[in-house]
Design a protein around this ligand. Structure first.
Ligand SMILES: [Zn+2]
Length: 292
């Protein structure tokens, strides 16, 4: 691992998104899939793709990191209720997302399949869904048995961003990715020249890793925080994907191409749409963007 930056999320043994589930928190009224579809903000709903008949959504209570589901738009528990086109698209999306997860998560295999009916173990029995669970050699360790829960090495927001970046890249065919690089201890971000840093992509490396690697010479610690692109998965076909990173710059590096600016300075420097995107990402990630 020499020469590679440390990845912030790798050290986490903290799974707060499971607490509502493990602790028996209140279930939202209605169907979670239909509610997610009706929402405006796909990045908050964890929807990574909307197709013609079905969509792909990350599991908020994952069995393993990167667990996502292919779900038909139709609220039904019967496969026979779906059109042949819908069933075919679900199979196509399963193949596509296995490919995307393999690149984005570097996993070794997958469990995929459906639990039809609560007797078969379906958590949401009324609205059928196809699971895709990434697997790594040796991931079935003692923790689920001894601890009664799984320890996931990454927050869902970061996994969502990694997967969404690959989806957006495929839709746009983009050769570069623009990133919002926040500093963890200062309310502001880094720019290159007068704009957000643009990162070159290669076919064999996930977009998030290209971004983190690009900053490795500048940053002592660098990791993916979440998605900084458009909230809607439909509107961004021709837009660049955009990741939010957190980077602590190395001390004493006077030759860095990046410079830190406050949110107020960013509002004057960046175009309105760029700055709007930055503010939206910061708010989604729970950052305070108000000036002192
Ligand atoms: Zn539903």
């Amino acid at each position: 691992m020499t020469g590679e930056p440390r990845f912030l999320p790798g050290a986490r043994l903290w799974t707060p998104w499971r607490m509502a589930y493990v602790g028996g928190g209140e279930r939202e009224p209605g169907c979670v899939f239909c509610n997610a579809l009706a929402g405006e903000d796909d990045a908050t709903s964890l929807i990574v793709h909307r197709g013609e008949h079905s969509f792909a959504i990350m599991n908020l209570f994952p069995y393993n990191t990167g667990h996502l589901m292919i779900v038909p738009y139709s609220h039904t528990h019967q496969l026979m209720d779906l059109s042949q086109d819908a069933r075919a698209e679900m199979t196509e999306l399963t193949a596509t997302f296995c490919d995307i997860l393999q690149l984005a998560m570097n996993c070794d295999g997958f469990n995929t399949g459906m639990n039809l009916g609560s007797a078969a173990g379906a958590g949401i029995a009324d609205h059928l869904h196809h699971h895709i669970v990434p697997r790594w050699t040796g991931d079935a360790n003692f923790m689920p048995i001894i601890g009664g829960t799984k320890v996931l090495p990454e927050l869902v927001a970061a996994t969502y961003a990694k997967v969404r970046a690959e989806v957006a890249r495929r839709k746009s065919g983009a050769g570069t990715i623009d990133v919002v690089m926040f500093a963890p201890d200062q309310p502001g971000l880094y720019v290159a020249g007068d704009d957000l840093p643009a990162i070159s992509l290669t076919d064999d490396m996930p977009a998030w890793k290209s971004a983190v690697t690009a900053f490795s010479a500048e940053a002592s610690v660098c990791g993916v925080l979440g998605w900084a692109g458009r909230a809607s998965t439909v509107a961004d076909e021709t837009k660049w994907p955009a990741l939010a990173l957190s980077c602590s710059p190395r001390a004493g590096n006077g030759s860095s191409p990046y410079r830190w600016i406050s949110f107020e300075q960013a509002s004057a420097l960046l175009t309105d749409s760029r700055y709007g995107q930055v503010r939206e990402a910061a708010n989604r990630l729970g950052m305070d963007t108000s000036e002192p």
